[in-house]
Each structure stands twice: as structure tokens, then as C-alpha cells.
Write a protein that binds this ligand. Structure first.
Ligand code: NAD
Ligand code: GLY
Length: 363
């Protein structure tokens, strides 16, 4: 087992990474604050892992909320059903919420924990690759609004994160690839050596080689933990974790939540951000092609859906948490392994990039 520490003074916590950890109460049971435990999961993950988790928590007063599966259910209404359960059960301020699922469940359970009685403890048990390398770490919680992705939420750190590589066995290939999009992101924004390792080891990752996956999760969490430690509330460098996300969120909102997986939309968005970095004069054609190639190798899409016209992109990108005074701000790459802080996008160049990508890429 590996442990990565997120250092945030009183809000510090460990990320445990390894096989068969989610049912190892001896490892993480002491992070539970009282007898009252509410597990939040969904109707796909529950039949796979809920019974075993509940049976190892038999010493506690455990209840569950099973939400419908899907990004389209990442709503205030779903979070309200968590509040309802907590209130019906008369759970108090020292109760603990456990998020058992992917990023959708983790974001909602964390948001419910942040709000219930102004904040109760929560534990992340991320069960997708994407959630293990990104969403469970760093304390961003929240829900979508029909007018914008992740627009309602709070920064709220968990007590600990349990990234159990064994549960990735039941994840389908498309979801595994979606997680790889966020893994590749760390290489692109701040870790060239990791990017090169990913280029060499993509086949092993897709084949779910356990040591390759564990290495990729640990290295991703190390990168994320360092960024979050430096800038917990995103006043600077943390924004670089959003490489490709402004375009990606527009694709997710514009095509209807759940049509493109978050990681797929991020992959396309990152290729658009790479092209915008080329237009800016920072990346060469060869570097853009290299970036497209690694996403293709990870079985991810690299071109936007044809129905996403330039004007639709621009409208949706105008609703983004990085924007200031109505200006669209993007994360661009100075080179592979180094991102720049958010910068105001020049609309003409942006339209040029979006139009460039209308054509078929042939790599
Ligand atoms: P997800 O939560 O929808 O999970 C993907 C699918 O896999 C779902 O159908 C889920 O039920 C299923 N699943 C989960 N674990 C499984 C398992 N072990 N075996 C079989 N099936 C399993 O999607 P995701 O990719 O995990 O997360 C995407 C969400 O995370 C988005 O809402 C995105 O906005 C959010 N996100 C948040 C942050 C953050 O910092 N908070 C960062 C990145 C992404
Ligand atoms: N996923 C972006 C962040 O945590 O800041």
C-alpha cells in the first residue's frame, strides 16, 4: 500500500492507495467520527460493493442512500435526498458520510457533508479511476446546474481517501479511458517525466496491469496533492488542473450531461487547448500531434461533436468559474509539462481553434 498525504494544516488527510482497502476498517475506521454513518452510493455501485462495506461497518449505526446513476442526476435534488435521509435518521453533527462511487457520487456526498448542519465529516471511497486520481482529492464538491457544469458547490476536504485498485476490475473500458484523460493532464501541466512514462506504458494501463495502474494513481495523487497544498482555494496554480476543462465543460453541458463522459470531454478539450497554445506560439505542430496521439492511444476522442458550433462553444464557455468580468479565461500549455496560469482568451484566436477542429484530424 502507498500513502500520499495532502498537507493542509488542520484539514490535512491521507490518500491510501492499494488493493483491498475499502473493506479494511483497521486502516481507516478511526476516521469515522461517531456511531452514525451514512453511505452514499448509486444503483450501479451498490450491488457491487455496498453489502461488503456495510458488513465491515457492523459496529456502527449504518444507513445508506442509493441515488440513480448518471451525471444527469448530479443535482440539488439528489443532494436533497441525502439531507432528507440524514434528517429522518436524526443524524447529528458528528455523523460521517461515506462516498462510495465515482466522481458524481463523491462530489454530491461531499457537498451534502459540507452543508449538513454546516459541515460533517466525510470519507471518500472513489471507485472509478477518474475519481481516484482527481475528484476525490482536493475538496471540490458540488452539483451541476442546467445552465452550467459544477456551478453550485463548496470547497470541503474529506477525512481520508481510500483508492482501492481492486474495485477498478469491474469498471468498463470506456470509464477506464475517461480516467486516463485526467492522468494525462498531470503529465501535461507539470510532470514531463510522467507524460513520457505514460507514452511508454499506455498499453499496460489499458490492459489494467496492476503495478502500472498503482503507479499512475500514486503519481497523479502526488501531483494533485502538491497543487492543492499550494493553492487550496484556487487563487492561482490550482486553476491549471482545469486544462481542457473550459472546452470540456461546454461539451458536457452542450450535448446534455451524460452524453460525453467527463474524461472524454476533457480529452477533446485538452486537444483544443493544445491547439490554442499552438496559435499562441507556444506549442509546435509536432507537440500538438504528440498530445493528440497520447489521447488516441488511451482510446479517447480528440475532436468535438459536430453539433457543437463555434457560437455554441463560446456561449457555454462564457459560464465558467475561471472567467473574470465576463472574459473567457483558458489554461494553455507553454510546453509539454508546463501549464500557464489562466489567461484571457482572444476571441478571434479562440474561434480559429474551434474552426480548426471542425476538420477531420488525421494522425
Ligand atoms: P461517474 O461517477 O459517473 O462514474 C462513472 C460510471 O462508472 C458510473 O456509471 C458509475 O456508476 C460507474 N462505476 C463507478 N465505480 C464503478 C466500479 N468500480 N465498477 C463498475 N462501475 C463503476 O464518473 P467519474 O468519471 O467517476 O466522475 C466524473 C465526475 O467527477 C463529473 O461529474 C466531474 O465533474 C467530477 N469531477 C470532479 C472533480 C473534483 O475535483 N471534484 C474532478 C474531476 C471530475
Ligand atoms: N479537478 C480540478 C481541481 O480539483 O481543482
Amino acid at each position: 500500500m502507498k500513502t500520499v498525504q495532502v498537507d493542509l494544516a488542520a484539514r490535512s488527510y491521507p490518500i491510501f492507495i492499494g488493493d483491498n482497502l475499502y473493506n479494511n476498517i483497521a486502516l481507516w475506521g478511526h476516521f469515522i467520527k461517531s456511531k452514525q454513518v451514512l453511505i452514499v452510493t448509486n444503483d450501479t455501485v451498490a450491488p457491487l460493493y455496498l453489502a461488503q462495506l456495510e458488513s465491515c461497518l457492523s459496529a456502527y449505526n449504518v444507513a445508506n442512500v442509493i441515488l440513480p446513476d448518471g451525471e444527469q442526476f448530479k443535482t440539488l435534488e439528489s443532494v436533497n435526498s441525502i439531507f432528507e435521509k440524514l434528517l429522518i435518521l436524526q443524524f447529528g453533527r458528528n455523523a460521517t458520510i461515506i462516498a462510495l462511487g465515482g466522481g458524481v457520487i463523491g462530489d454530491m456526498a461531499g457537498f451534502a457533508a459540507a452543508c449538513y448542519q454546516r459541515g460533517i465529516a466525510f470519507i471518500q471511497i472513489p471507485t472509478t479511476l477518474l475519481a481516484q486520481v482527481d475528484s476525490s482529492v482536493g475538496g471540490k464538491t458540488g452539483v451541476n446546474h442546467v445552465l452550467g457544469k459544477n456551478m453550485i458547490g463548496a470547497f470541503y476536504q474529506p477525512q481520508c481517501v481510500i483508492a482501492d485498485t481492486e474495485v477498478l476490475r469491474t469498471l468498463d473500458d470506456r470509464q477506464l479511458s475517461a480516467g486516463l484523460a485526467e492522468v494525462i493532464k498531470y503529465g501535461l501541466i507539470r510532470d514531463l517525466a510522467f507524460f513520457e512514462w505514460l507514452e511508454a506504458n499506455m498499453a499496460a494501463l489499458l490492459a489494467r496491469d496492476k503495478s502500472a495502474l498503482a503507479f499512475a494513481i500514486e503519481r497523479s495523487c502526488l501531483n494533485k496533492a502538491q497543487v492543492v497544498t499550494e493553492d487550496e482555494f484556487e487563487s492561482g496554480v490550482r486553476a491549471t488542473l482545469n486544462l481542457g476543462h473550459t472546452f470540456g465543460h461546454a461539451i458536457e453541458t452542450g450535448t446534455g450531461y451524460g452524453t460525453y463522459l467527463h474524461g472524454e470531454a476533457v480529452a477533446i478539450g485538452t486537444c483544443l487547448a493544445a491547439d490554442a497554445s499552438r496559435v499562441k506560439g507556444w506549442l509546435t505542430d509536432a507537440e500538438v500531434t504528440r498530445i493528440e496521439r497520447i489521447f488516441k492511444a488511451a482510446q479517447l476522442p480528440i475532436t468535438p461533436p459536430p453539433e457543437m458550433q463555434v457560437s455554441r462553444f463560446l456561449d457555454l464557455m462564457a459560464v465558467d468559474k475561471k472567467n473574470v468580468d465576463g472574459d473567457i479565461r483558458l489554461i494553455l500549455l507553454k510546453k509539454i509539462g508546463e501549464a500557464a496560469l489562466p489567461m484571457t482568451a482572444d476571441r478571434t484566436s479562440l474561434a480559429q481553434t474551434l474552426e480548426n477542429y471542425g476538420r477531420i484530424r488525421t494522425i
